[in-house]
Write a protein that binds this ligand. Structure first.
Ligand SMILES: Cc1ncc(COP(=O)(O)O)c(C=O)c1O
Length: 366
């Protein structure tokens, strides 16, 4: 798997005191990609338990680029099931935890598409009972959001590039005094050039996205800024960080995403024929994308492709592992997902364009 060769990223930045103070986090480190953060974190956890086999439990709805990269670094991956609302199937997770026992290094929980998981305190208790670390994958929530739930995991992994207009960047945060940054970051492998390929791919993707957006939706200001010279932004963590620090008011981000969720709700009749919107909980979830579960007979690639042609940057759901996909019935919701942008930078004019595009899409279907 190509992504597996690209996992040599080291931290791009050693945290400054100012950052800790600003975000009120005990500790954090910034990485190029979230998967690099995961790898270094799990290496660190494994090193603390000499000779540990390093088995990790992930939710079965998880991008294979993450699990593939970890496997490639010698970790064993097992999955626990989440239901069609992405809520953890707690009894099944409990059984996995008991079966794996001492072989288990960590259990990853996540907030897919900004849907805040239920029963997280129960999960924390189960993991505590087995001496398993809980790591929260915050790839789809804005940094440095901390859930108002019973879950108090020591470790959180964020992807900055997914939620902010950055080409590059992820953060691992940890609470408490026992995790020493020195231990965590020591002996990291050198970056062996995978970054250049990433950069080229990113530039290409951004240009395509820009062309699509420019064709019918006004691009957001930050994307325009960055795309003027993306090379300058690359691998210069302080520039990247200042770009997002300037807009790091997490409450504003949360509010504008929830407001955008409402904007999509008003468009609901335009989806009705071919999709059922995912049931985000208003005021609780922080949508990362507006998620649609297609009705039977509609194919995600075709719907996303059709919308893309009309200028709406639609994508299909996460690329989950083949072994997980094979275990799901053909009509399972995870095979029928399409996601629309809900980014905090979307303005009312974007929504007008989206509405326009949906009208054309529906007319074409008729
Ligand atoms: C749920 C989830 N976790 C983690 C990641 C990894 O993020 P990154 O691409 O920054 O490694 C992704 C994205 O691929 C993701 O969707």
């Amino acid at each position: 798997m190509t992504s597996a060769r690209l996992v040599t990223g080291s931290p791009v930045f050693k945290p400054e005191r100012a950052l800790f103070d600003r975000f009120d986090f005990g500790r954090h480190a910034v990485f190029s990609y979230a998967r690099h953060g995961f790898i270094q974190l799990f290496r660190y956890l494994r090193a603390r338990r000499d000779g540990h086999p390093g088995r990790l439990l992930f939710p079965n709805y998880m991008c294979h680029e993450v699990t593939g990269a970890l496997r490639n670094c010698g970790f064993e991956i097992d999955f626990y099931p989440v239901d069609e609302n992405f809520d953890i199937q707690v009894p099944e997770l409990g059984a996995k935890l008991s079966d794996s026992g001492r072989d288990l290094l960590a259990c990853v929980v996540f907030q897919p598409y900004g849907h805040v998981g239920r029963d997280l305190d129960e999960v924390q208790k189960l993991c505590d009972g087995q001496g398993v670390q809980v790591v929260e994958d915050c790839a789809h929530v804005p940094f440095p959001h901390v859930l108002e739930s019973g879950l108090r995991p020591r470790w959180r992994v964020y992807t900055l590039r997914k939620t902010y207009p950055l080409p590059y960047g992820a953060a691992v945060t940890w609470a408490g005094s026992a995790g020493r940054f020195e231990d965590f970051s020591a002996g990291l492998p050198a970056n062996r050039g995978g970054a250049l390929r990433f950069l080229l791919r990113w530039v290409l993707r951004e240009q395509i996205k820009r062309a699509v957006l420019a064709s019918s939706i006004p691009v957001t200001r930050k994307y325009v800024d960055l795309s003027l010279d993306p090379l300058k932004e690359f691998d210069r963590p302080s520039r990247l960080l200042s770009a997002f620090l300037a807009r790091s008011d997490v409450e504003t981000v949360v509010q504008s995403r929830r407001r955008n969720l409402d904007a999509y709700r008003k468009l609901a009749p335009l989806f009705a024929r071919w999709a059922q919107p995912f049931g985000f909980a208003p005021g609780v979830d922080i949508p990362y994308q507006y998620l649609l579960v297609l009705r039977q007979g509609f194919r995600p690639e075709e719907v996303a492709g059709g919308l893309l042609k009309l200028g709406v940057p639609a994508v299909t759901g996460l690329a989950i592992e083949d072994q997980v996909l094979m275990s799901l019935p053909p009509e399972h919701a995870f095979r029928r997902l399409v996601a629309l942008p809900i980014h905090q930078d979307l303005s009312s004019s974007h929504f007008e364009k989206i509405e326009e595009a949906l009208n054309v899409f529906n007319a074409d279907l008729a």
